[in-house]
Design a protein around this ligand. Structure first.
Ligand code: HEM
Length: 398
């Protein structure tokens, strides 16, 4: 609903009192996203005093223009969190960002991942074989969590106790990314534990030799990045490498359970797996939104965004924008949704996307060879400020 224009903010943007972070919106955000899209290319969210970008065109323009939409002051929706992670790849701009990203991206290129490819495929086959025999399992805890925890946590290379905490840290970190609400405040202590661990335990001698995390320290020793950045750079691996993929896999199972005809297309023709992965990510983006700080005044289709204001970029909304994707709420694994935005867009586009795709493809290929139909027995959504997916998803399989 438009209540006024945001004169105090020196903008002519339409203003809305809609709340994309209410419990109801986290469960079912699509109507709110649709209303915000219809209000304009940019909308001022009264409750959070931030702009919302929900149209595909606005989101991609912002993500492509890092000089105007800066990440260096953080990409979260509250000041405390934006101070914590400054200096990692996610929260940096320009030449500094390219330097940090080069280091983080090294073990995540398609060539570097070749060594993990067959291990991922074999582990996915064995896991799915075991679960199918059981007939009923949790698509989150039993299926989606296994590969990321088994393979990725090992490759990151934290000491054992850190590996065991990674899932809890990551989930709570994504709560801290949101606006300063009860979910974020409740998660801050866990984030402090994660940062303390990064500073005191993610050190040479304690990390697995040859691991990705040790690779960051090697890069600092070679002078490629500053030693002072090491703890926050560890977060580039510790934060986004597990939950995102876990949520994506479970979201896929949920979509296929609700759309058996689409699952049949995958079973009948596993060559549909790559496009099905894009369509799963388009429909249910595991990360719904991050933010950017306006580094200068910006004009988006005649709407003024003043320097110093913050804009939330809703990947999840843009992926359901009918201006870009016809009939956007229809799940169709043969649709061409390669330019969906679940991995972001522009210079900060996800560095882990090849790995995430590898893991998802291995799981869905293994399932396609053995499961004709999923049935949901119980579903419990995760109420997280940033992540969209399930805490529990019990399914039975034929
Ligand atoms: C389905 C799984 C995944 C999803 C949906 C996802 C989503 C995203 C998104 C939306 C961004 C863009 C951030 C921005 O615009 O500011 C991003 C960046 C990033 N992701 Fe992922 N991610 C996934 C998996 C992974 C994995 C497996 C890793 C690491 C092993 C990873 C590491 C990163 C890092 C380090 C960045 C920051 C890149 C930069 O700022 O240059 N992600 N991811």
């Amino acid at each position: 609903m438009i209540v006024a224009t945001a004169r105090a903010m020196n903008t002519n943007a339409p203003v809305s009192n809609l709340d994309p972070y209410s419990d109801a919106a986290l469960i079912e955000p699509w109507d709110i996203y649709g209303e915000l899209q219809d209000l304009g290319a940019v909308v001022w969210l009264q409750k959070y005093r931030m702009f919302a970008l929900t149209r595909y065109d606005s989101v991609t323009r912002a993500l492509n223009d890092a000089a105007a939409f800066s990440s260096a002051s953080g990409v979260m929706m509250n000041d405390e969190m934006n101070l914590v992670l400054r200096g990692n790849a996610l929260c940096s701009d320009g030449a500094e960002h390219r330097r940090l990203r080069r280091v983080i991206a090294k073990p995540l290129s398609p060539t570097a991942l070749n060594s993990l490819k067959s291990e991922i495929a074999t582990k996915a086959e064995r896991l799915v074989e075991r679960l199918v025999v059981k007939r009923e399992f949790c698509a989150v805890a039993d299926l989606a969590t296994a590969l990321p925890v088994d393979i990725v946590a090992g490759a990151v290379g934290l000491p054992q106790e850190g590996r065991e905490r990674m899932l809890v840290w990551a989930e709570q970190m994504f709560n801290c990314f949101g606006p300063r609400n009860a979910r974020a405040l409740g998660a801050f202590p866990v984030l402090q534990e994660m940062m303390h661990y990064a500073k005191t335990q993610a050190l040479r001698g304690k990390l697995k030799s040859g691991s990705w995390a040790e690779g960051i320290i090697d890069a600092a020793d070679r002078g490629e990045v500053d030693h002072a950045c090491l703890p926050v750079m560890m977060i580039d691996y510790m934060g986004p490498s597990l939950d995102t993929t876990i949520y994506a896999i479970a979201n896929g199972v949920w979509l296929f359970a609700n759309h058996p005809e689409e699952w049949r297309k995958v079973c009948d023709s596993p060559s549909n797996v790559p496009s099905a992965i894009n369509e799963i990510l388009r429909m249910e983006a595991p990360i719904q939104g991050f933010s950017r700080l306006l580094a200068r005044d910006y004009d988006m289709d005649g709407i003024a965004l003043p320097a110093g204001s913050r804009a939330i970029v809703f990947y999840g909304a843009a992926n359901r924008d009918g201006r870009k994707f016809p009939d956007p709420h229809r799940f169709d694994v043969t649709r061409s949704s390669a330019d969906q935005l679940a991995f972001g867009w522009g210079p900060h586009m996800c560095v882990g996307l090849h790995l995430a795709r590898l893991e998802m493809a291995a799981i869905f290929r293994a399932l396609a060879a053995r499961v004709r139909r999923f049935q949901i027995r119980e579903e419990v959504r995760s109420m997280n400020n940033t992540l969209r997916g399930f805490k529990r998803l019990a399914v039975s399989v034929d």
